[in-house]
Ligand binder design. Structure first.
Ligand code: MSP
Length: 521
């Protein structure tokens, strides 16, 4: 069985997770479920990035010890992933012993082999991002990542010799053109950071102590990014007695990250791995941001929307559908209450929900709910529909395989629309009136067959809706698998439910928009 190791970033427990942070996990979970359906032995890692000055400060502000604060946040994160049915295989926290011990060892080793050396650092420091910048990297004198004020700081620090590995990394980029996705972000990284030449990276801090201490010089704590990035291997038991997971799953097949942290993953992480003599991950995909009408989500703007109330009111499947559909492969996505309700009403209720209801209603009315077997008489238009569906499957697989999830979903919805149109074109009510039984049987067969395919295709991101469709149509288990998508003539002796259940009930636009606005307050 081929393996597929994928990771989300590990999250900062600095505040409650909004729908933007939930997007990364939703995407990762969808890719995992797709890969599983394709027969991969998958392993999904997520967790929490619990060290650093920012966390120390948040804990202090909340009147808690750092450990109390991160413990509570880890519980909250797990609760959210449970609500979102994120099927992760491990949840690593950087304050766990299994991680801290290995970070100490890694740092020691890099020091011993001369990749990390002691020097002095003077620079412009952005505290929320925990990153130093040179004056030229600033944008309007502020942090290029978050736009906040930077502070002049000087400290004795350990440095990582990035320069030593820069050429090897450049060569790696050339040899692996798909290493960083999408291409636009790879080019940005290459042109803005690699090409001008890398600076050595400051990898320790003395200004605070909430972190992994450098074993041989404990007034220093390890830079949070060096600490955090190694989670992808410490979780697999790197340098441990039992490193069977490491042997099985490393290198990672896919690191999923947001565009704001691609520099750390696309430059520093590969270089750390080179220094450790480990293989580099196969791919890193940096997605865009979920934006609001008035820009980034922020508490001060009062435009933050959290996953829980949306899921509670509209259901998990509608929530995931919206996020994954709205965010394109290489651009940002936008959340507005209007677009959320529109997608719910049009895509889910009108297009998909109605297709199922109309189909079940007609089979009950015309054939007592029964479909016997593949029709004896198949028209041109039926054949054309079969071809359309098989074209959709090929396209959807290609899109899923290259992480173009929003495109995959559009393709599936094209099939939904095409199938709805097929009802209008074949006008089953006329066939019924004219007693063209064989033709009518064929139309009903093809409708069920397409709904079966649609249900299988949406399963990676709409598990419940998928199962509801398959159950209401009483599809045999063997015909619920991804492999069975290539079949088109295997349905026999099927009886649809006589009491169809509405998948998505139409919402009142005005009222619901108000409701979502209230959630944002
Ligand atoms: N702790 C680091 C990651 C270390 S990985 C070794 C971190 N944590 S985070 O909590 O700030 O962000 C977690 C993820 O959420 C990142 O991938 C980030 O890009 C993503 N997002 C944060 N806001 C987002 C949106 N508004 N939209 C989409 N993703 C967003 O970064």
């Amino acid at each position: 069985m081929p393996k597929f190791y994928l990771t989300t970033p590990i999250y900062y427990p600095s505040g409650k997770f909004h729908i933007g942070t939930a997007y990364t996990t939703t995407l990762a979970d969808c890719i995992k479920k797709y890969k599983q359906a394709r027969g991969y032995d998958t392993y999904l890692l997520t967790g929490m990035d619990e060290h650093g000055q920012k966390i120390q400060q948040v804990a202090l502000n909340n009147g808690k010890t750092q450990q109390e604060h991160v413990d509570q946040m880890a519980e909250e994160a797990k609760k959210l992933w449970e609500l979102m049915e994120i099927d992760y295989d491990d949840f690593i926290r950087t304050t766990e012993e299994r991680h801290e011990k290995k970070v100490e060892e890694i740092f020691d080793r890099l020091m011993e082999q001369g990749d990390i050396y002691l020097s002095e650092y003077e620079g412009l420091y952005c505290m929320p991002c925990e990153t130093y910048f040179t004056p030229t990297q600033l944008v309007d004198g502020k942090c290029p990542d978050c736009g906040r004020e930077v502070k002049k700081m000087k400290e004795e620090s350990y440095f990582f010799n990035m320069k030593k590995y820069a050429d090897r990394l450049i060569q790696f980029y050339h040899d692996h053109p798909d290493f960083i996705l999408p291409e636009s972000r790879k080019n940005e990284l290459f042109n803005n950071f690699l090409k001008p030449g890398l600076e050595d990276l400051c990898v320790s801090r003395t200004s605070f102590d909430w972190g992994v201490k450098v074993r041989k010089d404990p007034k220093h704590v390890v830079y949070v990014w060096l600490d955090a990035l190694t989670n992808y291997i410490t979780a697999l038991g790197y340098l441990s007695e039992d490193d069977s997971l490491m042997k099985k799953y490393w290198p990672a097949d896919l690191h999923i990250v947001g565009k704001d942290i691609i520099r750390f993953h696309g430059i520093y992480w590969p270089i750390f791995l080179m220094a450790l003599g480990l293989e580099l991950p196969k791919q890193i995909y940096a997605h865009g941001f979920i934006m609001m009408k008035d820009g980034k989500m922020s508490k001060s703007k009062g435009n933050v929307i959290y996953p829980e109330p949306l899921i509670e009111r509209y259901g998990l499947d509608a929530f995931k559908y919206f996020l994954l559909r709205e965010m394109s492969y290489s651009q940002d996505g936008t959340f507005t209450p209007e677009s959320f309700i529109e997608r719910f009403n049009f895509d889910l209720c009108n297009d998909l929900g109605n297709l199922l209801n109309r189909t079940i209603g007609m089979i009950n009315k015309y054939f007592g709910g029964e479909i016997k077997k593949y029709p004896t008489k198949v028209s041109e238009i039926d054949k054309e529909l079969e071809q359309f569906a098989s074209g959709t499957i090929t396209q959807v697989e290609q899109y899923f395989d290259t992480y173009h999830i929003s495109n995959a979903i559009s393709e599936i919805w094209n099939l939904v629309s095409r199938t709805n149109k097929y009802i209008d074109e074949t006008a089953p009510w006329v066939l019924y009136k004219e007693e063209k039984t064989e033709e009518l049987q064929s139309v009903m067969y093809h409708l069920v067959e397409n709904l079966r395919k649609i249900a299988i295709l949406i399963k990676p991101f709409m598990v419940h809706t998928s199962q509801k469709i398959l159950d209401q149509l009483s599809i045999d288990e063997q015909l619920q698998t991804w492999d069975s998508l290539k079949d088109y003539d295997k349905i026999v002796d099927l009886k649809v439910t006589s009491k169809p259940e509405v998948l998505f009930a139409r919402l009142d636009m005005e009222k619901e928009v108000e409701e979502i606005k209230r959630m944002m307050k």
